[in-house]
Design a protein around this ligand. Structure first.
Ligand code: HDE
Length: 699
């Protein structure tokens, strides 16, 4: 018996306390260092030091466990209650801390304190989420993404709880539970998880013409983002800014990523979900850990009532956007995310957003969807976080003084002092009082009208902006919309739902309708749908296209470098330097995780073995192989899939001449973004092409 095993056996029968800090307690032959220094001792939640965290209290070493074992019962009870109800929507999310900094000269727009002084950094917590799936679902389903930011301002918390799409499916809060029930897994069978491609979703959508604009966005590449860092964010509803003089302007909020907007292809999304279901969460975490802090610019579209009245749509209707060509974006500040949460549950899970968390200078509009949300978010925290004291959880606490006369309730964490908990009072002159000069005030508006349940006629054009969106896309983006509709409707089992949807798509754009019908093999079979209001042709808005406004960059992108034994060390170093100069991250991938030996005998440890690093993880790939390496990899299915997929996903592929046999074996020729980096200026050609993203000509 090894020396340590002997010790373990002895310790199991009777833990021996040595005079040193460290003692050894054995379980199953393993050794666990424990300390008898009171400062580091494990205790119960009541502070009693635990002597044995390995064994429950039994009557004899093989006897029954005793009920009096309060250490065991406390541990198990706490464990049993570790989960709290997950969010009914947006359950899967990833968060990060950071700061917001205003640009100068916002005072004519709003008196909101955090938007005034450019030298002030307002702390923020941002959470990005999918909508439909549960907390443990994959990161890349076709889905809208939540984009929620909590600003801890000196005037209280302001939550901008938006999405990565500027419009929404429905116009009235009354329909939200129906929408969510339709998209979630079907209640009888319990599937599909995190997917819109099923009957109940399309049944609902096909009966809700108001969802047509949003569904066009949902079928676009916006719903399969490359990274949470590469998404735009939108406040969706019309809000109000109010300045010091009490003047009101309507605003729409926009977040623009400094990293650029980018998406994956559907086939990549499917493969990424299988290979790394935490793809987005990992990407955000890793970027922040390596100091590549994601950044967004916050802009507003500002307009007054007169301008609003001139639009051919209603600004209170959340299924409509205002094209930037009609009202340009006005930048007001930037957000940088520079710190990962310390504890996922305490922060990302327990953070409680609410569109009703407002500060002076910002106000709501009468958008009926927003009005319904103002009830929902507070209500949902009561069941999720256990009661009305959720603002005392650290991630939710305001960072400015907070005091009032609310008392008690579940999970009260503070011990308010004094005799007085009511107002007015004469007993405590220091107790909190209202402040009519500095306090939050809603914009004074005149409200009058009949009490009724009715949808405004100004909300009834459901197709014009869906058409605007489709016609503003580039050809590859339109192709993807056709493919997405064909896939999703192809998954629908009920034929009448498919035909009804085709009827709607025909109104959006007859050419789109034809293409989808053709892809489904249902030409000429669409149901006839009559719109409540005939759509109009709006001027296309290139700003809606991701591709049209993409700027060449490799910053924050990932390059996968496939290497093998005998690879030239010099080439490798040169490549890494060139990529890093552009701000790209390089990951080395080798046939085996144990590493490879370069031409100068140096052992190089890869980040991944090829079997664990499909090319869908990367924005571009480079093959730096020796002759023998390229030959050996031809019989490795993972390596063949690596190059075939990179090619099929239109990625720029760099290669050294010796790697050509691997490309040949995969049926890939040089040219069209397949770049020989051994040639003179080959490397700069690779960088130039990779900066442009995908090679669309190859599609
Ligand atoms: Fe939400 N939504 N929502 N929503 N929503 C929630 O609140 C709700 C809507 C959005 O990272 C819930 O705390 C109703 C639009 C985000 O924690 C819940 C209606 C937009 C998040 C809720 C809407 C959003 C939520 C679930 C229609 C874009 C995640 C858990 C009237 C502008 C925030 C929670 C986070 C979360 C209700 C519509 C965005 C149930 C009733 C429109 C980003 O309260």
């Amino acid at each position: 018996m090894a020396k340590s095993d002997k010790k373990a056996k002895k310790a199991t029968s009777k833990p021996s306390k040595s005079s040193k800090n460290e003692i050894q307690v054995g379980v199953g032959g393993e050794l666990h260092p424990v300390t008898n220094n009171r400062d580091q001792s494990m205790t119960t939640n009541q502070g009693t030091v635990i002597s044995d965290d390995q064994n429950s209290l039994k009557s004899g070493s093989r006897g029954p466990t005793l009920l009096e074992d309060f250490v065991l019962r406390e541990k198990i009870t706490h464990f049993d209650h570790e989960r709290i109800p997950e969010r009914i929507v947006h359950a899967r999310g990833s968060g990060a801390h950071g700061y917001f900094q205003a640009y100068p000269n916002n005072s004519s727009l709003t008196c909101a304190g955090f938007l005034q002084d450019p030298s002030v950094k307002t702390p923020v917590f941002a959470r990005f989420s999918t909508v439909a799936g549960g907390a443990g679902s994959v990161d890349l389903p076709r889905d809208v993404r939540g984009f929620a930011v909590k600003f801890y301002t000196q005037e209280g918390n302001f939550d901008l709880v938006g999405n990565n799409i500027p419009v929404f499916f429905i116009q009235d809060a009354m329909k939200f539970p129906d929408l969510v029930h339709a998209v979630k897994m079907e209640p009888d069978r319990g599937y599909p998880q995190a997917a819109t491609a099923h009957d109940t979703f399309w049944d609902f959508i096909s009966l809700m013409p108001e969802s047509m604009h949003m569904i066009l966005w949902a079928m676009s590449d916006r719903t399969i983002p490359r990274s949470l860092r590469m998404m735009e964010g939108f406040g969706v509803h019309t809000f109000k800014f109010i300045n010091q003089r009490g003047q009101m302007k309507f605003v729409k909020f926009h977040w623009r990523p400094k990293q650029g907007v980018a998406s994956v292809l559907w086939d990549e999304a499917v493969k990424i979900n299988g290979a790394d279901q935490d793809f987005h969460r990992r990407d955000l975490h890793d970027a922040i850990e390596r100091g590549d802090f994601p950044e967004w610019e916050l802009s507003v579209q500002v307009f007054d009532q007169k301008k609003a009245d001139s639009f051919p749509f209603d600004v209170l209707d959340p299924t409509k956007l205002i094209p930037e060509e009609m009202v340009p974006l006005q930048p007001i500040g930037k957000m940088v995310l520079d710190r990962n949460p310390t504890n996922f549950f305490a922060e990302t899970e327990q953070v409680a957003f609410h569109p009703g968390h407002l500060v002076p200078g910002i106000d709501f509009s009468d958008d009926p969807l927003l009005q319904g949300r103002l009830f929902s978010y507070l209500d949902t925290q009561l069941s999720r976080l256990g009661g009305p004291n959720f603002h005392q959880i650290p991630v939710n606490q305001p960072r400015c003084p907070m005091r009032n006369l609310q008392r008690d309730a579940l999970m009260q964490m503070t011990a308010p002092t004094g005799r007085v908990s009511y107002e007015p009072n004469s007993l405590d002159p220091d107790s909190p009082r209202e402040n009519p000069t500095a306090g939050f005030e809603s914009e004074r508006t005149t409200q009058s009208g009949e009490k009724l349940r009715e949808r405004s006629r100004t909300f009834m054009d459901h197709y014009s902006q869906a058409r605007l969106f489709y016609r503003s896309m580039t050809a590859p983006e339109q192709n993807h919309i056709v493919k997405a509709f064909s896939f999703e409707l192809g998954m629908v089992e009920t034929s009448s739902i498919r035909l009804r949807m085709l009827g709607h798509i025909n109104i959006v754009d007859p050419d789109l309708g034809k293409r989808v019908a053709k892809a489904l093999g249902l030409e000429g079979q669409a149901e006839k749908v009559t719109p409540a209001i005939a759509p109009i042709d709006m001027a296309p808005s290139p700003a809606l296209s991701m591709l049209a406004k993409a700027r060449p960059t490799l910053s924050g992108r990932k390059i996968g470098l496939l290497i093998s034994d005998g690879v030239q060390q010099g080439t490798l170093d040169q490549l890494c330097r060139a990529a890093e100069k552009e701000g790209a991250v390089v990951e080395l991938i080798a046939p085996k995780i144990g590493g490879i030996k370069s031409d100068n005998g140096q052992i190089i440890s890869p980040k991944h073995a090829i079997a664990a690093a499909p090319s869908v993880f990367y924005d571009a790939v480079i093959l730096v192989l020796s002759e023998a390496g390229a030959k050996a990899l031809q019989s490795d299915p993972a390596a063949m899939a690596f190059v075939r997929d990179a090619h099929a996903h239109l990625k720029v592929i760099g290669f050294v001449a010796k790697a050509m046999p691997l490309l040949k074996a995969a049926g890939i020729e040089a040219g069209e973004g397949v770049v020989n980096i051994d040639k003179s200026s080959g490397l700069s050609a690779f960088v130039k092409q990779a900066k442009n993203g995908r090679v669309w000509e190859r599609a």
